[in-house]
Design a protein around this ligand. Structure first.
Ligand SMILES: NC(=O)c1ccc[n+]([C@@H]2O[C@H](COP(=O)([O-])OP(=O)(O)OC[C@H]3O[C@@H](n4cnc5c(N)ncnc54)[C@H](OP(=O)(O)O)[C@@H]3O)[C@@H](O)[C@H]2O)c1
Length: 499
């Protein structure tokens, strides 16, 4: 999204949790792609840290296999040169001696490879380990950066950022004890997706749509993130989390903010974050007594996926038989400001839905006066932004069916990323890691945004926690969610867009 070919300073990227799934599947492939595109400095090194007793060679071998699996066929000589930049420190993140060994390794790399004392630390470990790592880094003096901009130090924190408001606030406090806010990069990979970034370009890089982007012309907005898969191997984490925490607190509220925010005066971290925070502050809190009206949850039961019978959530491995964790959540938000007064924002997410799709639907208002003999059945014009798959934007509106009568039908204008731009779309992690190495936090969340988003959702979490809030509605795997979610919109005489 930024100017092309920015290359970071010489630096070292340290990954805590380097033996894990995220490192192998996403982080190292992203770094490979950055290297391939010449987006990394010549003096670059990656240091993996984890408890497993691996050494440099074994780590490189593991990453070689990961790249073969997740990137595909690679030029062996280029790959060897890339892997030579990878190093490994074995140690428990709870043990202070791990940080002594890490510090030694970093100093050696600075000396031998000219990485200039610039470090980015990536916390890719389970969330309960973040606090300990941050505290130990502080004690080991790994948090310092020089005022002159040489020898910078940044830390990337993975999601989930907290489990509720209190834990997120506590994590922010611990981070702020050790790092300045501008050193902290809280990742939300949705913001790194090309299509999400494109929302701002689409809105503000053209003068066609922005005049329509308000309560005068928009009837309502829908934001959907539907997954076809179930809980897969993540039941241990997911059952403690649920759809609201896993998807809405972070990804979907971020998307809502990008859709609803006022144009910032410039595309920099401070201006963009300020406008996004203003949106959260303008969202009308859902009070605990209003949860039944404005929030719906669900849990998938047995059903079908890709034509095959699949288990319900309660039958999945590691899911307690009496779990009340929601695998589906839908909420109606009201944004109390001049631009959006009276325009509901409906947000929904679920697992084991009919299909995998993440879309934003802007439904425009009906024309004020219908002159073609049509009634209110005339389909409204809609703008659909497809985040995944088949990334693109479609405008659907009414056209005249050729013939002697004036008959209307819906037609589409389509923009497809793949057709227009071809090539490989960068993964979100590429964009975000590069931005952090460049010191650009525009696409990262700040502490105020995180805490405000939790604050907004706490009444819903509180209401859903108690068994007195009733049974969790069930929906068949492979469907569009529970019937109760349809009622959320039908109360307002609206319906969900097709998945
Ligand atoms: N995987 C994904 O697709 C994904 C997506 C979004 C966000 N995330 C987030 O990214 C982070 C990493 O995800 P992941 O899937 O890679 O996690 P993971 O595989 O469960 O854990 C990463 C590594 O952390 C170390 N670790 C695990 N438990 C530990 C403990 N009790 N004490 C110290 N080290 C421990 C392990 O290495 P050793 O045993 O060798 O120490 C493990 O290889 C998590 O916060 C996750 O929520 C992951």
């Amino acid at each position: 999204m930024k100017q092309n070919q920015r290359v970071p300073d010489p630096c070292v990227l340290v990954i805590f949790g380097a033996s894990g799934d995220l490192t192998r599947r996403k982080l190292v492939p992203a770094i490979w792609h950055l290297q391939e595109q010449g987006r990394l400095p010549e003096a670059f090194a990656l240091v993996g840290v984890a408890r497993r007793e691996w050494d440099d060679n074994y780590f490189r071998q593991q990453m070689r296999e990961g790249l073969a699996e997740f990137v595909g066929e690679l030029d062996e000589s280029v790959l060897d040169a890339f892997l030579a930049k990878l190093h490994y420190v074995s140690g428990d993140p709870a043990d202070p001696t791990t940080y002594v060994a890490l510090k030694n390794q970093l100093e050696t790399l600075d000396r031998e490879h000219g990485t200039g004392g610039n470090r980015c630390f990536y916390c890719s470990v389970p969330p309960q380990i973040y606090l300990g790592i941050v505290e130990q880094m502080g004690k080991a003096g790994l948090n310092h950066q020089h005022q002159d901009g040489q020898g910078w130090c940044r830390v990337i924190v993975e999601k989930p950022f907290g489990h509720d408001f209190d834990s997120a606030h506590n994590l922010n406090e611990v981070l702020h004890n050790v790092f300045a806010e501008e050193q902290i990069y809280r990742i939300d990979h949705y913001l790194g997706k090309e299509t999400v970034q494109n929302i701002l370009v689409f809105r503000l890089g053209n003068s066609i749509f922005e005049p329509l982007w308000n309560r005068r012309y928009v009837d309502h907005v829908q934001i959907t993130a539907a997954e076809g898969v179930g809980v897969e191997h993540r039941a241990g984490y997911y059952d403690q989390s649920g759809a609201l925490r896993d998807m809405i607190q972070n990804h979907l509220l971020q998307v809502l903010c990008v859709i609803a925010m006022e144009p910032p005066s410039s595309f920099d971290a401070e201006s963009v974050r300020l406008e996004k925070l203003k949106v959260l502050k303008a969202i009308r809190p859902i009070l605990i007594g209003q949860v039944v009206r404005y929030a719906v949850r669900g849990q998938y039961g047995p059903g079908t996926a890709n034509g095959e019978a699949v288990a319900g959530y309660l039958q999945e491995n590691e899911v307690p038989a009496d779990s009340r964790t929601e695998t589906y959540a839908a909420l109606e938000f009201t944004v109390d400001n001049w631009r959006w007064q009276g325009v509901p924002f409906y947000v929904r997410t679920g697992k084991r839905m009919e299909k995998r799709t993440s879309t934003i639907t802007i439904q425009f208002s009906q024309p004020p006066h219908l002159i073609f003999g049509q009634t209110d059945q005339m389909p409204p014009s809609t703008l659909t932004i497809r985040i995944q798959p088949e990334e693109g934007i479609s405008l659907s509106f009414n056209g005249k069916v050729p013939g002697p009568d004036v008959r209307l039908d819906t037609v589409n204008m389509d923009f497809s990323y793949a057709e227009s731009f071809g090539g490989r779309t960068p993964e979100a992690y590429e964009t975000l890691i590069l931005d952090c190495l460049l010191g650009d936090a525009t696409l990262y969340s700040d502490s105020d945004w995180i805490e405000k988003s939790w604050q907004l959702l706490m009444p819903v979490l509180e209401a859903w926690k108690t068994t007195s809030s009733g049974a969790v509605p069930s929906y068949p795997a492979g469907s569009c969610g529970p019937n109760e979610a349809d009622a959320l919109l039908s109360e307002d005489w609206r319906t969900w867009a097709a998945l």
